[in-house]
Design a protein around this ligand. Structure first.
Ligand code: TEU
Ligand code: CA
Length: 555
């Protein structure tokens, strides 16, 4: 599937919040089946489905207790087969979320391992004796606190880099790796077209599990598992033993990675993975970790996007995302709620004409906003609760922690999809598992569908243009006005085709002089009805198309 991943336009579904078909307040597979025509209307050609496997739902499915079965609340394997058939019938591929750095602590492997040191599954996990009445080392969890949980039955500790209900799997164990390969084949044989590989670059740990150097209780020990010693061995094993036998593609979620390291996974010809989700641009409004907020500056975002566009150009392939189920809504972070429509269209234009595969998260196409929550009890996310507790223990006030949570909680992305102005936004006729955003009467799919100038229809125009103009996919990348904190201007060149993308990241009119004469170019996209010679309107975003017959671009 050499080009499929380059021509994919991916829509991420967070199943718990997408559509509830049986009114238990929880999204489900039959709800997705109800919305397949909507996905086709949107114009996407691939769905990334967040986990739907059996799970105690400690981390909303990223804690799997049976890798080859569907969570009953979400439906059955028969529903799954009907859903994937319906997707394929509409020309939509399906990539599944593969969570293989850890399982649930309710997985049968772990239940056996934690009870009996002689269990054959004992070595599927990291069980270690503590030292001096404490955990085996000083590593901390992504969710705050120690990365070790005491296990009374065998008087030792087990490693969990996420919640204590997500014990890390020991990839050193060949039998475990063979189990994982069987799981991959099970889903690929059901017709799945690929995988999004959850935190894939931390599956190989330094086998000695030494203490981390950091004095901060944040991600301490990361140097001993980030892009670990055998990561490429393991990925090449999955590729040679499984992936290479199927027409599929992969996107790896790789935390704290640089373009240079990413290329060791995705360089064309190496292709352990086809592309990665990196996090640099998710750090432009915070310091080091997302809970230390920082004012957003467009030039910082431009710098991170440019870094990846130029580093991968001609060598590897970018993923293009601003949102997913872990991130707050982009219109709150990088746009402006007073110009919600213009700025949401601007962000989509700026992002999706860059080089790489577009990933659109459910609700982003109508610029859903962060949740309205004010009480901790309105939240549902294990990370949010853990971070609140850790912050309070470290002396931060309730008010300070609630401010951080309001801006950065993952639940900002997990309020139910807003379909229409009916009760609960048409997501359910029951009581939703998490409150629907109170602005759903203003922001919903039905309202946008009927409005040709809506955000939804702007997304559909972008998707159509990406299909019509190969330069939008295969063009190189060259940027102008790099230092500007107001405008972003970049060019894509492919054969004799050129696109010039011009966006205003501010709420002010700005003076703007194009980098060259555009009189022979066609304005193919504009988020306003008008345009002015040497001026951009607030959050104005324009795309020009032209033919060039001399040296193409500067890139
Ligand atoms: O996320 C990995 C990860 O690093 C997250 O902790 C993310 O960086 C953080 O939440 C952003 O603040 C993946 C999944 O996307 C996430 O939903 C899971 O909770 C996590 O792995 C464990 O499976
Ligand atoms: Ca349901």
């Amino acid at each position: 599937m050499k080009r499929a991943y380059k021509e994919a336009i991916v829509y991420q579904i967070y199943p718990r919040s997408f559509k509830d078909s049986n009114n238990d307040g929880i999204g489900d597979l039959r709800g997705i089946i109800e919305k397949l025509d909507y996905l086709q209307y949107l114009g996407i050609n691939t769905v990334w489905l967040s986990p739907v496997y059996s799970s105690p739902m400690d981390d909303n499915g990223y804690d799997i207790s049976d890798y080859c079965n569907i969570l009953p609340e979400y439906g059955t394997l028969e529903d799954f087969k009907e859903m994937i058939f319906g997707m394929h019938k509409r020309g939509i591929k399906l990539i599944m979320d593969l969570v293989i750095n850890h399982s649930s602590d309710e997985h049968p492997w772990f239940l056996a391992a934690r009870r009996d040191i002689n269990s054959p599954y004992r070595d599927y996990y990291f069980f270690r004796k503590g030292n001096k009445n404490g955990p085996p080392n000083n590593w901390t969890s992504f969710f705050g606190g120690s990365a070790w949980e005491y296990n009374p039955d065998t008087d030792d500790y087990y490693l969990h880099l996420f919640s204590r209900k997500q014990p890390d799997l020991n990839w050193e164990n060949l039998r475990l790796r063979e189990e994982i390969k069987k799981i991959l084949k099970f889903w690929l044989d059901l017709g799945v077209d690929g995988f999004r590989c959850d935190v894939i670059n931390i599956i190989s740990k330094n086998p000695d599990l030494p203490d981390g150097k950091s004095k901060l209780p944040i991600l301490r020990g990361k140097e001993h598992y980030l892009n670990g010693p055998k990561i490429h061995k393991y990925l090449n094993e999955l590729k040679s033993d499984v992936f290479s036998y199927y027409d599929m593609f992969t996107v790896g979620e790789t935390v704290m990675i640089t373009p240079e390291t990413a290329l060791t996974y995705i360089e064309e010809g190496c292709d352990e993975l086809n592309m990665v989700f990196q996090f640099d641009h998710m750090g432009v409004d915070n310091y080091y970790v997302k809970w230390f907020l920082r004012k957003f500056k467009p030039k910082r975002l431009k710098k991170t996007m440019r870094k990846w566009q130029t580093a991968l150009d001609g060598k590897g392939w970018n993923s293009l995302y601003f949102e997913n189920h872990d991130q707050p809504r982009s219109v709150n972070r990088f746009g402006n709620l007073c110009y919600r429509i213009e700025s949401a269209k601007m962000l989509a234009t700026y992002l999706y004409f860059q080089q790489g595969t577009p990933f659109i998260y459910q609700g982003q196409e109508i610029a859903m906003t962060n949740a309205h929550f004010t009480e901790l009890s309105q939240y549902r996310d294990v990370e949010t609760f853990n971070i609140y507790r850790l912050g309070r223990k470290l002396g931060f006030s309730d008010k300070r922690m609630m401010k951080k949570i309001k801006y950065m909680s993952r639940d900002n992305a997990r309020t139910p999809m807003q379909w229409n102005a009916d009760e609960h936004a048409g997501f359910t006729k029951g009581i939703p598992w998490i409150e629907v955003n109170q602005n759903y009467k203003l922001i919903n799919v039905e309202k946008d569908r009927d409005n040709p100038d809506s955000i939804l229809n702007h997304y559909r125009k972008i998707i159509t243009l990406r299909k019509e103009y190969p330069v939008a996919i295969y063009g190189n990348y060259y940027e102008y006005y790099l230092k500007s904190n107001k405008v972003a201007v970049y060019e894509r060149n492919f054969k004799n085709d050129r696109l010039l993308v011009v966006v205003n990241f501010t709420s002010k009119k700005v003076k703007f002089k194009p980098p060259y004469d555009l009189s022979t170019y066609q304005l193919i996209l504009n988020n306003y009805d008008e345009e002015y010679e040497e001026q951009l309107l607030p959050y104005q975003a324009k795309v020009y198309y032209g033919k060039v017959f001399h040296d193409s671009g500067k890139g």
